[in-house]
Design a protein around this ligand. Structure first.
Ligand SMILES: Nc1nc2c(c(=O)[nH]1)N[C@H]1C(S)=C(S)[C@@H](COP(=O)(O)OP(=O)(O)OC[C@H]3O[C@@H](n4cnc5c(=O)[nH]c(N)nc54)[C@H](O)[C@@H]3O)O[C@H]1N2
Ligand SMILES: Nc1nc2c(c(=O)[nH]1)N[C@H]1C(S)=C(S)[C@@H](COP(=O)(O)OP(=O)(O)OC[C@H]3O[C@@H](n4cnc5c(=O)[nH]c(N)nc54)[C@H](O)[C@@H]3O)O[C@H]1N2
Ligand code: SF4
Ligand SMILES: [Mo]
Length: 698
């Protein structure tokens, strides 16, 4: 007998509803959930492969201890013993923690991560955020006072979208949760609006837009400063909110006229000035920058200047501009303004941001002897060996650890180094609620997905993570949950609510957060999805400062670093996402491989001709950190002087159990990226604009 179940797709940020057909425990068919009020049946090829992923025979079914299957009790005891030994011998900071991208999507990662960090009391905390969006947090933190106050473009109402470093036709969007992003973009044009894309590559998104403007990788801060200067110089700035430090901004921007930045960005001054005027003239406009503008040397300045443009054009916090979504759950309100650098990394002295140190510093913190050296590592849903800058070095460093435990369904390039691997159950057996992403959705929306298959006696991922914390704290998962519930209710002055809530577990905690949220709903009300409505202005609720700081001290000071930076004359590397990819971890799933989703080096045909490189031939790409051989794919979509390699490949490494044939393993872009170059303010990795040399093999 088959049955139908629905849930949110957990595989990217778009929040699509899935309709699953199940025969017993097995997903046999997947399609879009037409009853989901937000996604209305839209899915992509990854969502369609949800069943294959859930049933994937390469998933671990039981814990591994030193490579052999063990019982859960044996595995937890080994974890507790080893972590306590390391802490007793070397201190708390000797245990490092790394959270990967899926832990930002899972209930377990979102709600239980802090328990591990606090339980251990370590400052050596790292995550994929410093390979991704940390500049956005730092910008929001200083401009609005809250690192989570990242405004999203009001896609469904905007009349002009200026998009930098984002390719939602492949990625389906990021820090802007919008199921059917492509359809929403087409709708902008259909209603007479305009889309401009700034990208070194003519991506599918650029092809859909009205205009594509190629930019030299890493040039965004210069370009954005020129837009600001044009707006201010032409008297076009009309902020609708009171702002601090506008004069300082004006003074700084004056140095970056469109003519002055043209040689650095490759964008003609006339184009820059025209775009600034279009932005100002548009009835509503939104400037949206994503990972291409973050994973570069001036990622925080670029992210800040994007906020600045939205503020100056009066588009902040108004329909059709950029707005602050209001999630259905409450996390409590932040009272003190944000700052970074409350502590620093031991080896390079890099500032903390959001309680984390840059993942670019992970390898050196493991390798470098002395007090505070990382001797044990916990990874939760991450693959830094392939995903982090200078990943090969991280792989070597992991060999020096005295102990490593990974919470991960796969034995991959990172977890193969772990002494203990604790596999969470497949998605169908896990509850799902997007604690992080629902605060970045283009409409106010919420959905709770209960598990649709019984997980038997396997612990839930939340229990696995709670057990790790509990081994150090000497508490059970139930005790931990009850403590959180009691203290949250107390802070909210709602101790009365405890009687209405269930037993202490992850679902009850979610239910509590939703009941404390702004819409007066329960978790049950959110099954199947609830569309609350379009975004509404709410800056006053969000702002933690007396007024917006349009030119924070810290950012003004970083402009010195911009002035001192030099452009490289040679080739520079950028990344590339494919619709059928998901960072480093779905390359074994049938139906997602092949087609355009291949690990090749794209470069301009004229560059290929100059270098004597034929299509399909092997080339050597080398950087300061490493070199690799990869097939060349000349393609005129890419700017001259720029080469592009997707990340997350490079699977032919010992000890893994992924079922990827050697011929399809690809090479890792992060063999070439350089952990010594970062966006200093946020600690973020630099994946775009990496200097490389390209030579034919043989
Ligand atoms: N060169 C270059 N490098 C990049 C990027 C780039 O554009 N260019 N992009 C960066 C970005 S944006 C990101 S977010 C990072 C990602 O960096 P990471 O998060 O470190 O890497 P992923 O490849 O996402 O690895 C996800 C891991 O989680 C596991 N996993 C999957 N589902 C679950 C689950 O439900 N629970 C648990 N516990 N584990 C699970 C997978 O098996 C895999 O091991 O990569 C970054 N790296
Ligand atoms: N199919 C698929 N979807 C995904 C993922 C995946 O791996 N595959 N990963 C998910 C994750 S973790 C994230 S964070 C999001 C990311 O979502 P997006 O930010 O949309 O990611 P990308 O597709 O990498 O788009 C980045 C764009 O920036 C361009 N770029 C590179 N350098 C520069 C530069 O210096 N300046 C400018 N202006 N542009 C530049 C690149 O050419 C590319 O087109 O995608 C998510 N969705
Ligand atoms: S777009 Fe994202 S959320 Fe939607 S089906 Fe694809 S992977 Fe899942
Ligand atoms: Mo990401």
């Amino acid at each position: 007998m088959s049955r139908i179940a629905t849930r949110t797709c957990p595989l990217c940020e778009a929040l699509c509803g899935l309709e699953l057909t199940l025969e017993g425990d097995k997903v046999t068919k997947v399609r879009g959930d037409r009853n989901d009020p937000f996604s209305k049946g839209f899915i992509c090829p990854k969502g369609a492969s949800f069943g294959k992923l859930d049933n994937d025979p390469h998933r671990l079914a039981a814990p591994l201890v030193d490579g052999a299957e063990a019982t859960w009790e044996e595995a937890f005891q080994e974890v507790g013993r080893s972590l306590r030994r390391v802490i007793d011998t070397y201190g708390k900071d000797a245990v490092g923690v790394y959270y990967g991208n899926p832990s930002a999507h899972s209930v377990a990662g979102s709600l239980y991560g802090t328990a591990v960090i606090k339980g251990i009391g370590t400052r050596n905390v790292f995550s994929a955020s410093t390979s991704d969006q940390m500049p956005k947090h730092v910008a929001a933190g200083y401009v609005f006072g809250d690192p989570l106050a990242i405004p999203v473009p009001d896609l469904d109402r905007t009349g002009y979208l200026l998009m930098l470093g984002a390719n939602p036709l492949e990625s389906n969007g990021s820090l802007c949760s919008a199921p059917n992003f492509p359809g929403r973009l087409k709708a902008i044009r259909a209603r007479g609006g305009r889309i401009t894309v700034i990208d070194p590559r003519r991506t599918r998104t650029a092809e859909l837009a009205d205009e594509h403007v190629p930019i030299r990788p890493g040039g965004d801060a210069w370009f954005l400063f020129s837009l600001v200067d044009t707006l201010l110089g032409d008297g076009l700035a009309e902020p609708r909110h009171e702002v601090a430090n506008l004069d300082r901004l004006r003074h700084l921007a004056a140095e970056f006229t469109a003519e002055a930045t043209e040689p650095l960005t490759g964008i003609p001054a006339a184009t820059t000035r025209r775009i600034a005027r279009e932005l100002a003239a548009a009835e509503t406009a939104a400037v949206y920058g994503r990972i291409g503008t973050c994973t570069q040397e001036f990622g925080t300045l670029a992210s800040w200047l994007i906020d600045v443009l939205n503020i100056l054009t009066g588009n902040l916090d108004r329909p059709g501009g950029v707005m602050f979504p209001k999630a259905a759950h409450s996390f409590g309100r932040r009272s003190r303004p944000y700052r970074t650098g409350r502590w620093h990394s031991r080896v390079r002295g890099l500032p903390e941001a959001n309680g984390e140190l840059p993942v670019a510093a992970l390898a050196e913190e493991i390798e470098t002897e002395g007090e505070g050296q990382i001797k044990a590592l916990i990874t939760i849903g991450g693959n830094p060996v392939l995903s982090a800058p200078g990943g090969d070095r991280i792989g070597r460093a992991l060999e020096n650890l005295e102990f490593m435990v990974s919470v991960d369904p796969y034995l991959n390039e990172t977890t193969a180094h772990a002494n203990v691997v604790l596999p969470p159950p497949p998605h169908t057996r896990s509850p799902h609620y997007d604690v992080a992403l629902l605060s970045f959705a283009v409409q106010n929306y919420a959905r709770y997905s209960p598990p649709v298959v019984d997980r038997g006696d396997r612990p839930a991922e939340s229990e696995i993570i709670a057990r790790i914390a509990g081994e150090i704290l000497g508490v059970t998962p139930e005790q931990l949950d009850e403590t959180v519930i009691q203290s949250t209710l107390k802070k909210a002055g709602r101790e009365d609510l405890r009687a209405e809530l269930g037993p202490p577990n992850a679902e009850t905690r979610l239910d509590m957060m939703v009941r404390l949220g702004p819409y007066g709903v329960t978790l049950d009300d959110l099954v199947g999805g609830r569309l609350i409505g379009p975004l509404e202005p709410r800056l006053a609720e969000v702002l933690v400062l007396d007024r917006i700081d349009i030119c924070p001290d810290l950012f003004a000071a970083d402009v010195d670093r911009m002035r001192a930076s030099r452009t490289s004359d040679g080739f520079v590397l950028i990344g590339r996402r494919h619709l059928r990819s998901n960072n480093s971890w779905m390359h074994q799933i049938d139906g997602l491989t092949g087609g355009t989703n291949t690990c090749t080096l794209r470069l301009h045909p004229d560059d290929a001709a100059d270098l004597g490189i034929a299509a399909g031939s092997l080339v050597t790409v080398a950087s300061r950190t490493g070199s690799l051989e990869v097939e060349a794919e000349p393609n005129d979509e890419i700017m001259r002087g720029v080469v592009s390699l997707p990340h997350g490949w490079g699977h032919a490494r010992p000890g893994t159990r992924l079922g990827i044939p050697a011929g399809r393993a690809g090479v890792s872009a992060n063999t070439l990226t350089d952990e010594s170059t970062i966006d200093v303010l946020s600690g973020n990795a630099v994946f775009n604009g990496v200097p490389v040399t390209v030579t034919p093999v043989g």
